[in-house]
Design a protein around this ligand. Structure first.
Ligand code: PEP
Length: 248
């Protein structure tokens, strides 16, 4: 399995920031891992152009569950693919919280992404209250079962475990906590996929991954890469995280 370093720019970046994508594409021409940058939709086509002929993949941050129709302001998976996206982040906790997205909707969106030939990066994770209430494993179990569509394979799906309380806070779970959740997720995948597929589907950790803590996180069992927010915004910060994953 090729590990994956994925960056989520969220609602950050204008054309001036495309230089970061050009810099990453130039620096990581011979990357030993997969690299995915998900800029805002406004930059997708230009970013995809810059990433052409490089190992960098460009992805989106959300898609609609329908391929087209009367959905003002939404963007469909085939449109993202047409703009040059190869993947789409789905079910990020900010979308679950800000837009009331349920796991059932995330599964529909993932199905739509697969139909358009996109890799679905499905996010899940517990809130601080759920962690403190010893609900973490129950929450991620329910989210995985309900968010994963029947179309999922190791090639077209990535799962990102992102504790909500670790996103953008500088806090990270302990090594044991990450290992516990990733182990449970890996085991749950065998409910849907055969053993080889379940072993090959990439499980990312996300939440305050930085150049300083990346190597430690990548050494944890069943961590096959990272979904990175703030530290993916500049090549200066993201490059050492990619290098740490290559070295893991
Ligand atoms: C994210 O939002 O997916 C994320 C992991 O953010 P950060 O790395 O900034 O915590």
């Amino acid at each position: 399995m090729r590990k994956l370093a994925a960056g989520n720019w969220k609602m950050n970046g204008t054309t001036a920031h495309l230089t970061e994508i050009a810099a990453l594409a130039a620096t990581h021409r011979a990357a030993q891992v997969d690299i995915l940058i998900c800029p805002p939709a406004t930059l997708l086509a230009q970013a995809a152009g810059l990433a052409q002929h490089s190992p960098l993949m460009i992805g989106a941050q959300d898609c609609h569950r329908s391929p087209s129709g009367a959905h003002t302001g939404d963007i469909s998976a085939p449109m993202l693919a047409d703009a040059g996206a190869r993947a789409v982040i789905l079910g990020h906790s900010e979308r679950r919280a800000d837009h009331g997205e349920t796991s059932a909707l995330v599964a529909d969106k993932a199905r739509a992404a697969h139909a358009a030939g996109l890799i679905a990066v499905i996010c899940l994770g517990e809130t601080l209250a759920e962690r403190e209430g010893a609900q973490t494993l129950a929450v991620v179990t329910e989210q995985l079962r309900a968010s994963l569509p029947a179309t999922a394979t190791a090639a077209n799906t990535v799962i990102a475990y992102e504790p909500v309380w670790a996103i953008g806070t500088g806090l990270t779970p302990s090594t044991a906590q990450i290992a516990e959740v990733h182990g449970v997720l890996r085991a749950l995948l065998t409910e849907r996929l055969d053993a080889a597929e379940a072993a090959a589907l990439r499980l990312l950790y996300g939440g305050s991954v930085k150049p300083a803590n990346a190597a430690g996180i990548f050494a944890i069992a069943d961590v096959d890469g990272a979904l990175v927010g703030g530290a993916s915004l500049t090549a200066q910060d993201f490059s050492p995280i990619i290098a740490a994953l290559e070295a893991a």
